[in-house]
Design a binder for this molecule. Structure first.
Ligand code: FES
Length: 236
């Protein structure tokens, strides 16, 4: 919120900030930010922190981790992942990254509408699905989550215009990486949903948990092999 009546400007502390020591001036963030809030000055990225919308797309895209989001810093999200996986009480266990505007609101609606779904998930809220750095997903799996859900607004309905398109692209690539490291790519699921689709949210969680039960706990599964030939080594 910006308050101008007092002669002062107050900005929500949610925008991006850049560590210029880490920034290489590669321009990735400039290309990713469709709002034009990032520019290059003296070979370093500079963000207009006051007018930045805080979606976090640039932070997930930065190849050297030079961009952080106020209130949604990497460190804070990693701490939430650690807390969630450290208290894994159910199996299968799902870490769900939900965007603030649609999927998180939808989870809320699902609860308020008393729709049932398995309690095996722990939710981590981000402003947009574009904030979900692939490292967060890998960290959750490494920490013991049996599956990860990344959910955002329906395509063309992202609060930040195209954030979910970028998120989808990253998650598609990540599924290939997950397959490469020997895990079943079905452990990562994406969902693009509106705030009003409580039933769909509930059905998706139920279906995902069932699917994970069939795959088995993480860390004990046999190396994923889509060719259907004999499975190889056990993934540690
Ligand atoms: S705000 Fe929901 S996906 Fe971008």
């Amino acid at each position: 919120m910006q308050l101008l009546g007092t002669g002062e400007l107050e900005a929500d502390p949610m925008g991006a900030h850049i560590d210029s020591d880490k920034c290489t001036g590669c321009r990735t963030c400039v290309e990713v930010c469709k709002f034009g809030k990032i520019s290059i000055e003296n070979k370093k990225a500079v963000v207009d922190e006051v007018s930045c919308y805080g979606c976090g797309d640039c932070s997930a895209a930065c190849p050297v981790g030079a961009i952080q989001m106020r209130n949604f810093e990497n460190e804070q999200i990693f701490a939430q992942i650690k807390a969630a996986t450290a208290h894994k009480s159910q199996s299968p266990f799902v870490v769900a990254f939900l965007c603030n505007w649609c999927s998180y609101a939808c989870a809320d609606l699902t609860g308020m509408s008393r729709l049932h779904y398995p309690t095996n998930i722990r939710v981590i809220r981000t402003m947009c699905s574009a904030r979900v750095n692939p490292e967060f997903v890998l960290e959750a799996l490494k920490g013991g989550a049996d599956g990860v859900l990344v959910a955002g607004c329906r395509m063309d309905e992202c609060h930040y215009i195209h954030g979910n398109f970028d998120a989808k692209q990253r998650m598609d690539v990540l599924k290939e990486v997950i397959k490469e490291i020997g895990l079943d790519p079905k452990r990562l699921r994406t969902l693009w949903i509106s705030a009003a689709e409580g039933e769909r949210f509930s059905n998706t969680i139920t279906e995902f948990v069932k699917e994970l039960e069939e795959i088995g706990p993480i860390g004990t599964e046999l190396r994923y092999d889509e060719t259907g030939t004999e499975p190889g080594e056990v993934v540690q």
